[in-house]
Ligand binder design. Structure first.
Ligand SMILES: *Cc1c(COP(=O)(O)O)cnc(C)c1O
Length: 396
């Protein structure tokens, strides 16, 4: 496979393997294991399996390998390990590399389950966890210390679309020898080159944009061959978080259209954000590529000029207004996935972030009027009409 292919070519072809039948489409190897021609081969393969040699689907599978190679190429990483969900990727990478007594620094604004893994699970096993305001570089500087094993953050936070400066935080972390692990879901692999900007390990929930059609849970850990094969793989293969071959096939096919979908959704999201901005029924609209975003300059640099596929806005009138708005929508669905072809409205305060205390919601800016809109692939004008319908329902 070629390393100098551009993104869209990689997304269509990278990692493809063909059996003796020369099938055009990537095959689903729906098998738990593999048959060896003789006992000597079995013995040899358990010592060391080659590129096209497999032992058991929990360790690796040809369809999963195709997906791993395609996403690794897209990320500009040497290797990747596909997991059963985004959380299997986040918890897997952290527990694979950390042990009791280690120190990790993380941004505070995290997806609820990521917060649980860091705050509950890692602490229970004796890992010291320091939380910082991800946008505040001074807090990162004073939190890391010699011996800090890793830093972890979401490059764009959920649901407030606040950015963490990947380049600067990576410099701060690398100065003390810490590994930089980035959950890059909101930025998408299309708009953010996290590895180019200093990240060592990039994780995704492939449930989001990579599937992009709300069909399957999945995740992936991308990094150097050494890190993936020596640190991640031994842990993942023995603890059972592997992606199923069928899911890998869904993700491989999702990747074929990933660039086209993300760009169409981001263009639509920007048009929608501009249409909503200044509406008297809103306290604010947040979208990273608009000049009104507090980190607009960083967003332009880090995301290549794109704002991503989510728009967040705050309705005057709090929860009552937010519910009236959501209930009046006809095209946009009330749900909690993102990066889907179907546009989705989420009320974080009562769903994805309901576990947080009022004080924690306050710190993270999750108000009762906040709506997170994941912009899908519908016609932009239809979406704007639907949003107008929602807004009209609160003004009466
Ligand atoms: C969805 C999500 C996850 C978890 O992924 P699952 O596939 O649901 O397990 C982790 N991080 C972020 C930022 C997410 O949006």
């Amino acid at each position: 496979m070629s390393n100098d292919w551009k993104t869209r070519t990689q997304l269509v072809h990278q990692g493809s393997r063909r059996s003796q039948y020369g099938e055009m489409a990537e095959a689903i190897f729906l098998t738990q294991g593999f048959v060896y021609p003789d006992a000597e081969t079995a013995e040899a393969r358990f010592i060391s399996a080659g590129e096209d040699e497999f032992v058991y689907a929990r360790y690796g599978n040809p369809t999963t390998r195709m997906f791993e190679e395609r996403i690794a190429a897209l990320e500009g990483c040497e290797d990747a390990f596909a997991t059963a969900s985004g959380m299997a990727a986040v918890s897997g990478v952290l527990t694979a590399m950390l042990r009791a007594g280690d120190h990790i620094v993380s941004s505070r604004a995290l997806f609820g389950s990521c917060h649980y893994v860091l705050d509950e699970v890692l602490r229970r096993y004796g890992v010291e966890v320091t939380f910082v305001d991800g946008a505040n570089l001074d807090e990162w500087r004073s939190a890391v210390r010699a011996g800090t094993k890793a830093v972890f953050f979401e490059s764009m936070s959920n649901p407030t679309l606040e950015l963490v400066d990947i380049r600067s935080v990576s410099q701060i972390a690398h100065a003390v020898g810490a590994l930089v692990i980035v959950d890059n879901v909101f930025s998408t692999p299309i708009f953010s080159r996290a590895v180019d900007q200093g990240a060592d390990v990039v994780v995704y929930s492939t449930t989001k944009h990579i599937d992009g059609q709300g069909r399957a849970l999945g995740g992936v850990i991308c990094g150097t061959r050494e890190f993936i094969r020596k640190t991640v793989e031994p842990y993942m293969k023995h603890t059972g978080g592997a992606m199923s071959p069928f899911t890998s096939w869904i993700m491989l096919n999702g990747m074929v259209t990933l660039d086209l979908r993300c760009r169409a959704m981001a263009a639509s999201a920007e048009t929608i954000a501009r249409a909503l901005e200044g509406d008297s029924r809103l306290n604010f609209v947040r979208f990273p590529s608009l000049p009104t975003h507090p980190q607009h300059m960083l967003a332009m640099e880090q995301m290549g000029g794109a704002g991503g596929t989510l728009v967040t806005f705050d309705l005057k009138g709090g929860k009552e207004a937010a519910f009236a708005f959501c209930n009046a929508l006809q095209i946009i669905k009330i749900s909690n996935n993102l990066g889907d072809a179907k546009s989705i409205a989420t009320h974080p305060a009562t769903t994805t972030h309901s576990r947080l205390s009022p004080e924690q919601k306050d710190i993270l800016g999750i108000t009762l009027g906040l709506i997170r809109l994941s912009v899908g692939l519908e016609d932009t004008e239809d979406l704007i009409s639907d949003l107008s319908r929602g807004l009209a329902a609160i003004s009466v």
